[in-house]
Design a protein around this ligand. Structure first.
Ligand code: SAM
Length: 264
């Protein structure tokens, strides 16, 4: 059966997402700053939606033992290509995060689930993905999940492309959080937009102790032209400002991407 999520990623350039301008780079800067605070030395990390490896390589360069998997074959090919220039080894695999049976129970200290959840449009599949992530995670390990806030996304889409300034689309996103690849006004692919409360409930229901919940990038992608016009020194101020407010509840709901971290 055709997978529309894979098709979407095979036809986009994920490798450019966090590197091409400062409005995007802030997500990586904030996230790695918090990873550095949270992760102890030499952890066994599974990055189960590694994309083209931006976080997997960051962590491997710091000495963590990283396994990078993803559902999109092109992404794993790019990671394998990059690995040829590295002195360390990284396990890689094409894998759907709802079925990680190739890994044994309690194999990893950290599971990064930064991608699958916002592409799973049924509750059943989202639970499967969380259950699998928790199964392969050691007791005391950390589950890191990223999501896209439901009440923010319409602003981003409508301001990026006026064709989507449409009340039916806005209402659908607010009411259901679901966008399907064959929806009349589909601006991406099968996606699910969540909320702070819903993510905290999901974590608590799964027995996780929430230890972090932060906005990765805030409204920076929405303010792209202005952020990219800042000088290097001004951008540093902007990043430090964002970091200082990134755990505020009001900011979590108005961010392009958010991360929740829980301890098993
Ligand atoms: C926007 S990218 C994020 C990549 C990287 N984790 C990051 O945060 O920059 C989302 C990734 O999730 C992957 N993905 C989507 N659904 C998945 C699934 N069910 N299992 C594994 N990977 C999935 C996509 O192929 C893509 O590489």
């Amino acid at each position: 059966m055709k997978n529309f999520i894979i098709e979407s990623y095979e036809n986009s350039k994920e490798e450019d997402r966090l590197t091409t301008n400062n409005a995007r780079r802030i997500e990586f800067i904030t996230t790695t700053r918090i990873f550095d605070e949270l992760f102890e030395n030499k952890m066994k990390v599974l990055d189960c939606a590694a994309g083209t490896g931006v976080y997997a390589f960051y962590l491997a360069n710091k000495g963590h033992e990283v396994t990078a998997t993803d559902i999109t074959p092109r992404h794993i090919e790019i990671i394998e290509q990059k690995l040829k220039n590295k002195k360390y080894y990284m396990n890689t695999s094409i894998l759907d995060a709802t079925d990680m049976k190739i890994y044994e129970d309690e194999s990893f200290d950290i599971v990064l689930n930064m991608g699958p959840l916002y592409h799973l449009i049924t509750e059943d599949l989202r639970q499967k993905c969380i259950s699998e992530s928790l199964r392969v995670l050691k007791k005391g390990g950390l589950l890191v999940t990223s999501y896209i806030p439901r009440y923010y996304v319409f602003q981003h889409i409508a301001m990026s492309d006026r064709r989507y300034v449409d009340m039916k689309l806005a209402k659908q996103l607010i009411d259901t959080g679901v966008l399907k690849h064959d929806d009349e006004n589909c601006f991406w692919t099968d996606t699910y937009y969540s909320s702070m409360d819903e993510m905290e409930e999901l974590y608590i229901r799964n027995g996780l102790k929430i230890i972090e919940h932060f906005a990765q990038d805030g409204m920076s992608p929405l303010l792209r032209e202005r952020i990219d016009a800042l000088s290097a020194a001004q951008f540093e101020v902007w990043c430090n400002y964002h970091y200082s407010i990134c755990r505020e509840k009001s900011v979590l709901g108005a961010s392009n991407h958010v991360i929740i971290v829980g301890k098993k």
